[in-house]
Design a protein around this ligand. Structure first.
Ligand SMILES: Nc1ncnc2c1ncn2[C@@H]1O[C@H](COP(=O)(O)OP(=O)(O)OP(=O)(O)O)[C@@H](O)[C@H]1O
Length: 237
């Protein structure tokens, strides 16, 4: 059975349909890329899965349990972690404190939450920043800090929104390396990404949205050669 099942999900804002009848699944420990031109509805779909929006129609299940319409904190407790397009770190708090805010959702003992936070900081290669304020870190480091914070809620699936945007090639490699280690850890990743050279080589599957609808799904090689996908991207140019 798949871990995440998105089934016929639509999301409307007044007269605007941001997602229309979108269905796909993510298996345990799979890396799935969600791509598409600007305004295709990727972030809206993320927000539906993470509980920031209730879908207008359709069902979403995680491990067989319905999560559609639950508030964000309940989705997080059910096992959905997420990062945002703009890393929302707490600038004046240290890197360790940032991760502790999430670790304490499931671990009320401060010392043990700190230990868990330190483990996740090491996982994303940021342990040297533990006592430094998040605001002193580069954008790339703050993105990885946001990933560590999302991991600290012990998700079954991590939703990552453009963690590679604006990074230089060596920072992209570092971000890719973190994603691969998350998969090794058994956590699934659903990744919205415009940096296709970051996501294409590592994704088990790619789902392509255009104007709210799914236009293709398959291996990176399959979708790269799909005429609908090529047309959608050329139309965006
Ligand atoms: N809260 C909202 N209220 C009204 N319309 C919205 C809202 N959020 C998104 N939309 C609209 O839904 C459509 C899809 O937007 P969305 O941000 O999901 O696309 P996207 O694929 O993530 O785009 P991008 O790649 O540019 O981030 C757009 O037309 C957008 O203006």
């Amino acid at each position: 059975m798949s871990l995440l099942q998105v089934n016929q999900v639509s999301k409307r804002f007044g007269g605007l349909t941001a997602n229309e009848n979108v269905s796909f699944s993510v298996g345990t420990g799979q890396i799935v890329g969600l791509i598409g031109p600007n305004g295709a509805g990727k972030t809206t779909l993320f927000n539906c899965v993470a509980g920031f929006f209730a879908p207008s129609a359709g069902t979403i299940t995680l491990g067989g349990r319905s999560i559609a319409g639950l508030p964000p904190e309940a989705c997080a407790r059910a096992g959905v972690g997420r990062t945002f397009q703009i890393a929302r770190t707490f600038g004046s708090m240290t890197a360790c404190e940032n991760v502790m805010t999430a670790a304490m959702l499931s671990q009320r003992h401060v010392g043990r939450a700190r230990e868990r936070a330190m483990d996740w900081l090491a996982f994303v290669n940021l342990d040297r920043f533990a006592d430094k304020p998040a605001a002193s870190m580069t954008i790339s480091e703050q993105r990885r800090l946001a990933v560590a914070r999302a991991l600290a809620i012990q998700p079954k699936i991590l939703l990552m929104d453009e963690v590679m945007a604006g990074l230089n090639p060596s920072e992209v490699r570092e971000a890719v390396d973190v994603v691969l280690r998350i998969r090794e850890y058994g956590i699934a990743c659903l990744i919205v990404e415009h940096v296709l050279e970051g996501i294409m080589p590592i994704a088990d599957k790619i789902v392509v949205l255009d104007r709210g609808s799914k236009i293709a799904e398959g291996t990176p090689a399959e979708v790269s050669n799909d005429p609908h996908v090529i047309a959608a991207y050329l139309g965006d140019a």
